[in-house]
Ligand binder design. Sequence first.
Ligand code: SAH
Length: 380
Amino acid sequence: MQMDKDKQSALLGLTLQELTDLAEGASQPAYRGKQLFHALYSERITALEQISTLPLEFRSTLDQQDFEVGLPTVEKKFVSTDGTVRYLLSFADGQSVEAVWMPEGDDGESGDGSEAGEHLDAPRKDASRKYARATICLSSQVGCAVDCQFCLTALLGIKRNLSSGEIVGQVCAILNDQKVSPPHDRVNLVFMGMGEPFLNYPNFIKAVGLFVDGVGIPESRMTVSTAGIVPRIYDLSAEPVRPKLAISLNASNDALRTQLMPINKKWNLEKLLLAAREFQLRPREKLTFEYVLLDEVNDSPVNAREVLELLRGLRAKINLIALNPGPGIAFHTPAQQRVLEFQRILVEGGIPAFIRRPRGRDIFAACGQLKRTAELANVS
Ligand code: SAH
């Protein structure tokens, strides 16, 4: 492994095989790799000296090679009146992203009652727990290149991709801070924070494997959302282990979608929906489409009927998100009446449609609002 002397190398992000190779490279038995893997992802240690079972000799070799655990630092925490917590997390190079903790798991993905045996308001079985379940919304890039016109993250532009260790590290840092541990505690993950996960595909999919094998979060409790990077939809479909797929539709025809999401010029609705139709769903699995409702722009009954036509025949549900406003965003939030009417047309047309409850709007943690603190932190 190439070592840059000025830079620490993160252990977080390495697979069991990579950690085993590292151990063997340091003349240690292979099971030391397994110990490291368990300590990093299951115990979620914050420093190497916490692995008391590791021989001193191996620990000092790792030190000499400038290895560190590589957890991000919690720079700031904002707590919403609804229990949502927005985290500003910084990495070794000073770049930062935001990730969001949502107790009760109202992620609009599994919390909408559409999954077998799940009910939003089900009583808690284990009174000692603080919540029935929780969802972590995590970031895949610093900033974003996709430039959706209604999203605050877009205003940052793209700074860089996150490594797989930085993607996993967000979850480890938040689990530690919340004193929560899967699989005992039920945690859902949504790749719906800053960035476009499919423009950082290898690191995203490696992180998925580490969540499943290391942290103990099953693939069925993860959802990845894409703005529509079509070739990667086909790639995801072929993965042996993968999250559920959500597609940000956000418009009902090409002219409108190109105006709102420039990515539509590259992959239009025809290409996007063909990929959706060819996506290999698991038994009982559904595709999710997300649709941000912008007042008088994409939220009319005509738009709703166009959406019905687009999604006809797909095993899908749709999550409606009334625009979460922000500075520099030219659109307005539709009145509840319009949102309900849009939903009614979809449901009567045969598509399950849910209205996503905004979480943590008061702390700028809701969909499309992740940017503020990152920007403030960069200027300070
Ligand atoms: N880049 C990926 C992952 C981000 S998910 C994607 O686009 O899917 C973020 C979700 O929030 C997307 O469905 C997006 O359409 C939605 N969103 C973006 N800005 C929003 C805003 N201001 N209000 C409500 N939802 C928004």
